[in-house]
Design a protein around this ligand. Sequence first.
Ligand SMILES: [Fe+2]
Length: 320
Amino acid sequence: MSDIRLEIQPQGLMIHWGETFNYLFHPLWLRENSNDPEYRDENIGARIPQAADHSLDIAIESAEIDTACTVKLAFSDGHHCEFPEKRLRACAEKHRPDDLIGDKVFWQRGFQDYPTYQLETLKNDESAVLAMLATLAKYGFAHVQGLAIDDGALKSLSDCVGPMRETNWGTLADVKNIPNPYDLTMTARSLAPHTDNPYRLPGPGYIFMQCLRNNAVGGESLMVDGFGVAMTLKSADPEAFESLTTIVPNFRHAEDSAVLEDSGPLIELNEAGEVARVRFSNRTEQVPPLSTDTLNRYYRGRKKFAELIRLCNPTSVTLI
Ligand SMILES: [Fe+2]
């Protein structure tokens, strides 16, 4: 505690953690994050006052920290509240809570050290489902074995997690070679790495895939860590990375019964500048006829990204 020092400044409360870290908190941010039952429902945790109720010129009248590392504040409107010092430090260091998401692991070509889960275990043990979901958040995929070779098997897996979203293709769609295909997945062509359905709004969360049978030579399932490739691009070619985070193409899929369209950058960042989503779908992407300079930057960035996806990262995963 002794190396934590509070300092009221005109702009808010400055907290010094020793000599190495300090952070300035806005008075209204502190005020609206009060856990006082009058301002936040004790059971639900939701804030009660409306945004229009807050005074913009709220000020901190006094600030002290006790031996239990609790920061005690008094505001100009007469309100008092307390914060554990650890909570303020965590908010200062990470603006986006990651207690649910955890840290992502970017993997490279040849990555094989991923956990495998058994369907029977998942059906009977909720802690195993939680572990599988944590793996999903960490690596972007989870590998499950033990499914029956029949059309209903995937549902027994998805039921362990939550409801399956129905789309224009139903809840379950066969990916197989058919006479009159409406999608490249239904032809005998090999598919290059891609992300699914960037034209759909809202986009897919996670997709369950099961290989029921393979009657051809080849047909291996290849996985690529799109987030990992994006990070590789960022360090290898910052200009290319920047172009793909700012220039926005459209994505469109059309068939007899549905036309789907959405837009977004190939590499979407969140407010912290971290990769939040990758869109990579050569067959559905349509960049508008932008200026020569803009398209030069976009095409160069996209080619570099595609080369990295093709050459650097694919790892073969047996999905049966
Ligand atoms: Fe796909």
